[in-house]
Design a protein around this ligand. Structure first.
Ligand code: CA
Length: 235
């Protein structure tokens, strides 16, 4: 499987040069020249790594990084201007794994990409003879791998936000037990969360849109006046 890299850079010549070099190295490259488009792309598709310029039209790179980090875990290398120390600090604080100062030698960029990919790589899920690995929950084709914070259906990844993930995990851990909206809200948002329990309904709706609707199953059941439950699957 090839490694997908998103290159977010509005300097067209530089973006093309990087694309050419990365493609030559065997990476799959997608380009974006606008912060807003890049964020949308990064949220809707799965990239193995993102090269992110800071000065961008639409939305600056640091803001793209902050918003992205709230939703998913993907290694980001920032492309910064020389002497932009504050940008570098802010970028690392916001979760970037590395930065490289422009102009850079392509060999240096390639080396940093290899390091970032290696650090972020996780071994493939394995179910030993003792049964499923710790922290792995299953429902039909769906596998929720808690240690890796990953949900798949028949091997293909389902992208969930942190709260959707927590909601699904809570329901799977309590299979066949009806959980009230209050219980779910506490588990997903924390006990000190001040808000309406109908937030739970919103997350359930998102989960159904990403799982039930896509894979044509009825996973999450509504128990009127009580809450929600995932019923174990007869196979
Ligand atoms: Ca720029």
């Amino acid at each position: 499987m090839s490694t997908n890299i998103l290159v977010v850079e509005d300097e067209e010549k530089l973006a093309r040069f990087v694309e050419l070099e990365l493609t030559h190295e065997g990476y799959q490259v997608t380009k974006s020249a606008n912060g807003r488009d890049a964020l949308e792309l990064a949220l809707s598709e799965d990239f193995d790594l993102i090269l992110l310029d800071i000065m961008l039209p639409g939305l600056n790179g640091l803001e793209v990084l902050r918003r992205l980090q709230k939703e998913k875990s993907v290694p980001v290398i920032l492309l910064t201007a020389r002497d932009a120390v504050m940008d570098k600090v802010a970028g690392l604080d916001a979760g970037a794994v590395d930065y490289i100062t422009k102009p850079f030698a392509i060999e240096e960029l390639l080396a940093r990409i290899r390091v970032a990919l290696k650090l972020h790589a996780v071994p493939a899920a394995e179910a030993g003879p003792e049964g499923p690995a710790e922290g792995v929950l299953k429902w039909g084709e769906l596998i929720l791998d808690d240690p890796r914070h990953r949900v798949t259906w028949g091997g293909s990844e389902i992208t969930l936000t942190n709260r959707e993930f927590l909601m699904l995990k809570t329901l799977l851990e309590n299979m066949d037990i009806v959980l009230s909206r209050d219980t779910l809200l506490n588990r997903v948002c924390g006990y000190d969360f001040v808000g309406e329990t109908n937030i739970v309904d919103v997350y359930i709706r998102y989960l159904r849109a990403k799982i039930d609707d896509v894979y044509h199953v009825k996973m999450i059941h509504t128990i009127r006046g009580v809450g929600y439950v995932i019923k174990s699957r007869e196979e």
